[in-house]
Design a protein around this ligand. Structure first.
Ligand code: LMR
Length: 354
């Protein structure tokens, strides 16, 4: 054999060995197939995290915090690359993208998981939670745990709940004070049957549309309004194209953070442990940060815009509760008695007589 052929052979064997050993290092229990999409520079392990909201929102900041903690805990060997604003996938596409391993992590609003299994509707029931502590107890306790477990049958690993906060109503046809004021109005809503039913019950027309299309729909007059948290209303500038906002606190909006189960199973124990630790810290951090951000951004909306804001009094809020109460009965069977009982127990604990 010529000297040059021996050199080429030697070089090829060396390359194969280096690649193989690098692979073993990244995936110590490496029976599953190699995912070259996850290989980054210098042998880093890369996870793509896609979401649809802006960076200055609870979810945007929690994703960034999680990425920072994972980087720190892994000494830079694991990178979470965050794609905000639906730049990779819209809310309508992201669940399938996760299932197809096009993306490794997502955190859709729990309302949109209704399309996977209807029990998620429990978190969409009107006035399910009365304050942030009740949200935390609900989503980090048995209710939230059972819901995350339910993702298993879809091949999804539920990692945590990241609450955003309470939904408010914005519209160009207002003011909205009593529930009757919504009759005949057109609203953009998330992909959720129970939210659809809620607007239907009030005589409004609800259109399920993607989050990214909402601003344009309002601006072009294709809908009169929408419902969302302050942080989404602020960061997506809905308040600049709406005349009225009512602080109703009528519903919960929060996220289920998830990974594809196969992607999860392919990781080493050490990687899984780093991801879980970072997720636990981020989740606790988000509980505080989400509330703070929504409060700060409400102040900014008040300061910087002429939108007319009405905050429901307790008596006005009670009218909304009574009007929407029949949804609990209507959805009991769909959601399941266990989750319904868990929620009713929680509600009792957070009912304060005034
Ligand atoms: C919406 O579609 O209005 C929200 O779910 C967006 C989000 O992810 O907060």
């Amino acid at each position: 054999m010529k000297k040059s052929s021996i050199a080429v052979l030697f070089l090829s064997i060396s390359i194969v060995l280096v690649v193989y050993l690098g692979y073993q290092n990244l995936f110590p229990q490496a029976e599953p197939p190699y995912d070259d999409d996850q290989e980054g520079l210098n042998g880093q392990l890369i996870f793509k995290f896609s979401h649809v909201v802006a960076e200055n929102t609870p979810k945007g900041q929690a994703a960034a915090k999680f990425a920072e903690l994972v980087d720190e805990k892994s000494n830079g060997t694991i990178q979470i690359v965050v794609f905000p604003n639906g730049s990779l996938y819209s809310d309508i596409e992201e669940i399938n993208a996760l299932k197809d391993e096009q993306v490794h992590m997502i955190a859709p609003s729990t309302s949109k998981l209704d399309m996977l299994s209807p029990e998620w509707g429990v978190l969409d029931l009107p006035f399910a939670f009365s304050e942030y502590d009740a949200i935390a107890e609900g989503v980090h306790g048995p209710i939230g745990e059972k819901l995350l477990q339910s993702l298993q049958k879809e091949g999804i690993k539920g990692l945590a709940h990241w609450p955003n906060g309470f939904k408010q109503i914005t519209t160009n046809k207002g003011p909205v004070i009593s529930p009757e004021d919504l009759a005949g109005q057109n609203f953009r809503i998330m992909q959720s049957k129970i939210i659809q039913a809620q607007f239907g019950m009030l005589g409004a027309i609800a259109q399920q549309e993607s989050f990214n299309s909402t601003f344009k729909l309002i601006e072009e007059g294709k809908v009169d309004g929408e419902e969302n948290t302050i942080s989404n209303i602020y960061s997506r500038k809905f308040y600049t194209v709406q005349k009225h906002m009512t602080i109703t606190n009528h519903g919960y909006l929060g996220y289920a953070v998830m990974m594809n189960q196969d992607v999860w199973d392919r990781q080493s124990n050490k990687t899984q442990q780093i991801l879980l630790e970072a997720m636990k810290e981020t989740t606790a951090w988000n509980d505080e940060n989400a509330q703070k951000l929504n409060e700060e951004q409400l102040a900014l909306i008040k300061e910087n815009s002429s939108i007319e804001i009405h905050e429901l009094s307790q008596a006005e809020q009670r009218q909304w509760m009574e009007r929407l109460e029949p949804l609990y009965k209507e959805y009991e069977e769909i959601i399941g008695s266990e989750l319904m009982e868990d929620l009713q127990d929680l509600k009792k604990r957070y009912t304060h007589e005034d």
